[in-house]
Design a protein around this ligand. Structure first.
Ligand code: X2X
Length: 345
């Protein structure tokens, strides 16, 4: 090669490198490990979702993106309502989080905690998989994270150590552990109970020592955490709310990946989310609800409500729905009600 040609080629190559430098830099800036935050570990459907997502990403990127699970929200010392802020700040790289835990920062997510909004699984799907889900993803994006897919913690049923709950009067004076969104204080106060906020980590010892009488969580969580061993011998199936899970990535982390890798991470989240929802519903969607039989086999009273009995709880909590419509956004609540009314069953 003549010197002149060589120089021209070298200059062109240097220019090309300069142009592509940000992308090239981004690729070399991959971390050896990414930290995924979760409240519940792999003994629970929630943690299984994390494992599925991480494995799919590792396989499909040939190990370029390695994810380690941090259950028990251990990156933020178990303080689950700080997860969203930590995610935004980069203390956490990615997460599968409950809408409940992020709703103190993202008020629209309180939608899913409106009592008796979603009568069945089809209603929950109509929200996450329809225009409401899209709108909430835009909100999350604006709030500074990259939302990729929906999962599910599940329909939350109430348990306690004292007696069967059949009417709101049965809740009177019961000390109920709730998660740290103010909406829950309103709901349980409206029902005559005595709600107290604490993290999941603190909740189990509190039940064991009778510092609290009851709690509300999906039956899959109740079973995997063996809540019948911490005096929770009465369960009422009232299905008052369902908390979806959201698969998200911190924005800077997302931007550090190549477009091809972003697509892989997103598709893996969607695939893992679908599988995770099926795992979360297992035992509850079959006609004979085998999970409830298993619960009852531990000496637990499982109370089913008639339509009229359930209606009494709906009526008692109606003012809470009215109060929270404004803070959540009336348009969003209306869109949710419309999506549910038009749902496929
Ligand atoms: O703390 C709870 O109750 C749990 C595990 O369900 C959530 O993180 C919302």
């Amino acid at each position: 090669m003549k010197l002149r040609t060589f120089l021209t080629t070298a200059v062109a190559a240097a220019a090309a490198l300069a142009l592509t430098a940000p992308a090239a830099l981004a690729q070399t800036a991959y971390k050896s490990e990414y930290r995924m935050s979760l409240v519940l570990g792999t003994a629970f459907p929630w943690g299984k979702g994390g494992e599925l997502w991480a494995n799919k990403v590792r396989e499909r990127t040939n190990g370029r993106i390695n994810i380690k699970l941090y259950p028990g929200v251990s990156l933020i010392q178990g303080d689950q309502t700080r997860e969203f802020s930590a995610l935004r700040q980069g203390v956490i790289d990615m997460a599968i989080g409950s809408t409940i835990n992020w709703s103190p920062q993202v008020k629209q997510l309180n939608l899913f905690s409106l009592p008796f909004l979603m009568p069945d699984y089809a209603a929950a799907d109509a929200l996450t998989q329809g225009p409401v889900g899209k709108s909430l993803f835009q909100t999350l994006d604006k709030a500074g994270v990259v939302p990729l897919a929906w999962g599910e913690n599940g329909y939350r049923e109430i348990s306690n150590s004292k007696h069967a709950i059949k009417t709101p009067a049965d809740l009177k004076g019961l000390k109920i552990r709730v998660v740290g969104s103010p909406l829950f204080l309103d709901t349980f106060t409206a029902l005559g109970a005595n709600p107290t906020q604490m993290s999941w980590a603190d909740a189990q010892p509190a039940m064991a020592s009778s510092a609290v009488d009851g709690q509300e969580n999906p039956m899959s969580v109740y079973m995997a955490a063996k809540l019948y061993t911490v005096a929770q011998k009465h369960v009422t199936m009232w299905g008052y709310i369902n908390d979806p899970l959201v698969f998200v990535v911190n924005k800077d982390i997302w931007n550090s990946w190549t477009p091809a890798d972003r697509e892989i991470v997103k598709q893996a989240a969607i695939d893992a989310g679908k599988e995770q929802v099926a795992i979360a519903r297992k035992g509850m969607v079959e006609a004979d609800k085998p999970l409830l039989k298993e619960v009852a086999s531990h000496g637990v009273t499982v109370t089913q409500l008639s339509a009229a009995e359930r209606e009494a709880f709906v009526k008692a909590t109606r003012p809470v729905v009215e109060k929270w419509k404004g803070p959540i956004g009336a348009d969003l609540v209306n869109l949710a009600e419309k999506s549910i009314a038009e749902r496929k069953r």
